[in-house]
Design a protein around this ligand. Structure first.
Ligand SMILES: Cc1ncc(COP(=O)(O)O)c(C=O)c1O
Length: 480
């Protein structure tokens, strides 16, 4: 510890600048050196004790360089294609610093951050075709977006049944939700938190393409009619996490309209593709009729975590579900964001999202997303052409595959081997009951050559596991 400890809150401009320059060097070195480093490696350092200071700023930055930046999650690397985590855009990374420099609470009021968030919301509201009586909120992620939307849906459903859920909770009534079997687990968590209970989720089976079956949804909704339950919402997906499937939203929206059901669409992953790409214009048209959408800038819009977005068709309903300002005290002024959701103090998430949108433009985003889809397409094509591999599913930028002839357990070992070798990073999942390696490309740093290298790495790992596998006796001859 060589330099004196700077007294708190008394930095002069030169000090602030020099800390910033050092950090800019760390950012630059990190982002440019990543491709030559392991995609991921186990954490082998120790975190210096947070209560062991005071320690000089330079020393803290050294520790961050050696013990934090050296052990990334993996998602800045060109050969990371696992969970839905993108590399950050450099402008977004720095915008986070600027947002933190202002450090406002975006609960509400009349300061820049509120206006920037409103502008971001406007863009997505219009892309989704929602009316200007709709609204949105930047939240922590897709899970919070879905929880927020379902809280509003629950409020409306209760009201329709003469219940005041804010005052009395579920009042002993059974509320039910409809979710596709491929729907994300956050929907289940939301149902549990909202008191609905996961046992009251009606799981609607999928078709061969992993899309919710509208005929079975209709059957279930009709079976529930007259059963004394309070139907809350149908939760559909515009891009499932497992296989990138998009549920048949037009048919589902028709069923919801007929039965006056709330329709929530989880577009946390696939939303940007649906909102921006011409190929998805029919799905986009269906979206304009839904009640709420979850959509994550921190996934396929490459914004640094965290940035989720919930869009709600009816702002008034959201306010009724959350606001603690009684209707008779509400003014005509712009209401506070905190009246529409759970959080009171809210971070300035909008700056990075706005800055990236402004810089890349919607067309820039279209090109980046289309490129991810094309790279995933290349990966799928290489898998399909390889007799040792088996393509299990391919939707949007998700590709699920496995080593043909290896059992589930061995394919799991292939995944572990790939992850630990550090040359590529994939995730695992289950498709039609079998274990699959899953690639999800939300990564503008990844090119076709990286996609090919990832498949080659799987092939290498599979060879290793095959050689390691105990030789099994051949199956007995078929007696027929
Ligand atoms: C389809 C889908 N929905 C919801 C979520 C949850 O989003 P978050 O992790 O931002 O809460 C994810 C996360 O991967 C997802 O892919």
């Amino acid at each position: 510890m060589s330099e004196p400890i700077t007294p708190a809150w008394e930095w002069d401009a030169d000090e602030v600048r020099s800390i910033g320059h050092r950090i800019a060097d760390l950012v630059a070195d990190h982002l440019t050196a990543l491709p030559g480093k392991p995609v991921w490696q186990p954490y082998e350092a120790t975190v210096p004790p947070a209560d062991g200071g005071p320690v000089g700023l330079d020393e803290v930055l050294d520790e961050i360089a050696e013990r934090v930046l050296a052990y990334p999650f993996g998602n800045g690397h060109p050969r990371y294609a696992a969970w839905v985590n993108s590399p950050p855009h450099v402008l977004g990374a720095y915008a986070e610093t600027l947002a933190a420099t202002l450090n406002p609470s975006v609960a509400g009021g009349d300061h820049a951050a509120v206006h920037v968030e409103r502008e971001v919301i406007r863009v997505f509201r219009e892309l989704a075709g929602f009316p200007d009586t709709g609204m949105g909120l930047l939240v922590s992620g897709g899970s919070m977006a879905t929880l927020t939307a379902l809280a509003v849906a629950r409020h409306r459903a209760a009201e329709r049944h003469g219940l005041d859920v804010r005052e009395h909770g579920l009042a002993g009534r059974t509320f039910v939700l409809y979710l596709g079997t491929e729907g994300h687990g956050s929907a289940r968590k939301a149902a549990e938190l909202l008191g609905i209970g996961s046992a009251n989720i009606r799981l609607i089976p999928a078709d061969a393409d992993h899309r919710m079956r509208p005929d079975l949804l209709r059957q279930q909704v009709e079976a529930d009619k007259g059963a004394g339950v309070v139907p809350v919402a149908v939760m559909a997906s515009a891009g499932t996490v497992n296989t990138g499937a998009i549920d048949p939203l037009t048919e589902i929206a028709g069923i919801c309209a007929e039965h006056e059901l709330w329709l929530h669409v989880d577009g946390s992953y696939g939303g940007p593709a649906v909102l921006l790409l011409d190929d998805h214009a029919p799905v986009r048209a269906a979206l304009s009729a839904v009640d709420s959408i979850a959509l994550d800038p921190h996934k396929w819009l490459y914004a640094p975590v965290d940035a989720g977005l919930v869009l709600l068709r009816d702002a008034q309903l959201a306010r009724d579900a959350f606001s603690l300002v009684p209707p008779y005290l509400r003014t005509d002024d712009e209401p506070w964001f905190s009246e529409f959701g759970f959080d009171q103090t809210r971070p300035f998430r909008a700056l990075k999202v706005w800055a990236q949108l402004r810089h890349l433009g919607l067309d820039g985003y279209r090109r980046l997303i289309a490129r991810d889809i094309a790279v995933a397409g290349r990966l799928a094509a290489v898998v399909e052409a390889d007799p040792e591999l088996e393509l299990l599913a391919h939707g949007l930028s998700v590709v699920c595959f496995r080593s043909a002839g290896l059992a589930d357990e061995q394919n799991r070992e292939v995944l572990t081997e790939v992850q630990h070798a550090g040359r590529a990073f994939l995730a695992g999942t289950t498709v039609n009951g079998v274990f699959a390696l899953r690639a999800c490309v939300v990564n503008p740093r990844m090119g076709s050559a990286d996609a090919e290298a990832i498949v080659a790495e799987v092939r290498r790992a599979a060879g290793l596991i095959r050689r390691r596998a105990p030789r099994r006796p051949p199956p007995p001859p078929d007696p027929r």
